[in-house]
Design a binder for this molecule. Structure first.
Ligand SMILES: [Zn+2]
Ligand SMILES: [Zn+2]
Ligand SMILES: [Zn+2]
Ligand SMILES: [Zn+2]
Length: 492
């Protein structure tokens, strides 16, 4: 990859050669990492959640650390440890372990500022990153940052000799615009990366972002990329609807997305945002057409009539309330929701609300703590397979680079197909050759799941699914070989 200058985007990365699907394009360690701005007390070394009983004070500075002896030696904690004693002049006392805790809001900013004097090369890299200073000052969080971060650092840590207000505000902006939420600990934390920060956003990106166990960021091509193509990742949740993605990007990253997906109201013919057209007798769906700088217009792709955003909003709020109050861990509640809304009366069958519930239900059906897939009724198993197939098709079209969610759904699908084959064969409904067809289809999906999830870190649930998928693949191969020997026809 090479860094280029684009008239609209500023600096961005393009492929310097053609890249194959699956290739790792970049692996990098963070410039700075620290707790999320809004968090309860965490160990300032490993960033895991702590309570009064699971922590002890750092003997030097008083900030609580977890009891892992390694955490006392960690270099990550040096900035606040040093400045608490050598700028503030006395130990800190955290006695309230409820969440969120205001004293932690400034830590990641402090760690960035510390680089100015202690690692100037990293500081220089940080200063190259986009801060959107003017937009920052107009944003809703400015007042809070001003009080809880900037004034706190200037007065409490007595940094007023070393930094101006403007300089600290710039660092706050750099963190807000560039930091990645890292899901590796509970709660998650923030990390800022150098080269990844210059990779542009798309809601239909060609790179997939994952992490390693040790907190590096890993970018992998999920489709073939030609030399000269822009490289992109998704800065928001790619499974959200267009309007939600737009608001999130405008509020937190200060730009309006104009990627291929956002510019296509049908979202590649999936109708992912489709709301039933209110025109009498029209069977079409109204879809959002975006204009930069003004509210979207909702136009029916069938009768071409415009619907007021208020009408759409009313429907989305009503169903959104049902969705947010629904017990998402309960398969029965999910089924009921789908029954009410998967009728085409209000939402397109591919609508993101329905997709959200399908993703939940596809995983709930046959969960280990519910007795596993063997305990599912035939109807539920059939429903699970249908849900998974529908989701696999949709996610392939709309978020092909999103390896995690598709990998998980495909894993569920492989298990359901294998179970269906076993059941039918056990009940004498199919012969060995038909069973083998089920198992071969299952194996094909399983191989795809392993391919999609192959870099997931073993400390995360998807990394555990990867291990399970690899084990299943080897046992499935054994079963298929035995079956082949018993049938005695062409190999798999
Ligand atoms: Zn720790
Ligand atoms: Zn300390
Ligand atoms: Zn977009
Ligand atoms: Zn219409």
């Amino acid at each position: 990859m090479k860094l280029c200058q684009d008239k609209v985007l500023g600096r961005c990365y393009v492929a310097s050669r053609s890249i194959k699907a699956g290739e790792v394009v970049l692996k990098e360690s963070p410039l700075v990492q620290g707790p999320s701005q809004i968090t309860g007390p965490v160990c300032l070394s490993c960033l895991k959640s702590i309570s009064m009983h699971t922590s002890e004070e750092c003997p030097k500075c008083g900030w609580p650390l977890c009891r892992d002896p390694q955490c006392r030696m960690s270099e990550d904690h040096i900035p606040e440890c040093d400045w608490t004693m050598n700028k503030r002049g006395r130990k800190i006392k955290i006695s309230n372990f409820t969440s969120p805790h205001p004293s932690y809001e400034c830590i990641t900013t402090l760690r960035c500022l510390y680089k100015k004097f202690h690692q100037p090369s990293v500081w220089e890299k940080l200063m190259q990153l986009e801060a959107h200073l003017d937009e920052c000052k107009k944003s809703s969080r400015y007042e809070n940052d001003q009080k809880n971060v900037i004034q706190f650092l200037l007065n409490f840590f007595k940094l007023d000799q070393d930094f101006s207000e403007e300089e600290i505000l710039k660092v706050c902006g750099i963190i807000q615009v560039n930091a990645h939420e890292m899901p590796l600990t509970e709660p998650g934390y923030m990390a800022i990366f150098d080269r990844t920060s210059f990779i542009e956003h798309s809601c239909f990106p060609n790179l997939y972002k994952s992490f390693t166990n040790s907190g590096q960021l890993l970018l992998r091509a999920m489709k073939p990329i030609a030399a000269g193509d822009h490289l992109s990742i998704c800065y928001t949740d790619p499974l959200w609807g267009t309007i939600n993605r737009r608001h999130h990007l405008e509020e937190s990253k200060y730009f309006t997305c104009q990627c291929d997906r956002c510019r296509d109201p049908t979202e590649f013919n999936t109708m992912y945002n489709g709301i039933k057209c209110p025109e009498h007798q029209c069977k079409g769906y109204v879809l959002p057409h975006l204009t930069v700088g003004s509210e979207e217009t909702w136009i029916c792709h069938d009768c071409k009539k415009t619907t007021s955003p208020e009408h759409v909003h009313k429907i989305l709020v009503k169903i959104g309330e049902d969705l947010s109050t629904m017990e998402k861990q309960n398969p029965e509640a999910c089924r009921k929701f789908l029954k009410s809304y998967d009728t085409g009366r209000f939402l397109h069958p591919n609508h993101y609300y329905l997709t959200d519930v399908r993703i939940a239900l596809a995983q709930l059906y046959g969960q280990t703590n519910r007795g596993g897939i063997q305990e599912l009724s035939d109807d539920m198993l059939t429903h699970k397979i249908a849900l998974c197939k529908q989701l696999v098709n949709l996610t392939r079209t709309i978020v092909p680079a999103e390896g995690r969610i598709r990998g998980i759904i495909i894993f569920e699908l492989h298990a359901s197909l294998a179970e269906m084959g076993r059941r039918r064969s056990g009940q004498g409904q199919i012969d060995s050759a038909q069973l083998r067809a089920f198992l071969l289809e299952s194996k094909q999906y399983l191989e795809e799941a392993v391919w999609l999830l192959q870099y997931e870190p073993s400390i995360l649930p998807e990394g555990k699914i990867l291990v399970q998928a690899q084990e299943n693949l080897s046992s499935l191969n054994t079963v298929l070989q035995a079956l082949h020997a018993s049938i005695g026809d062409s190999p798999m």
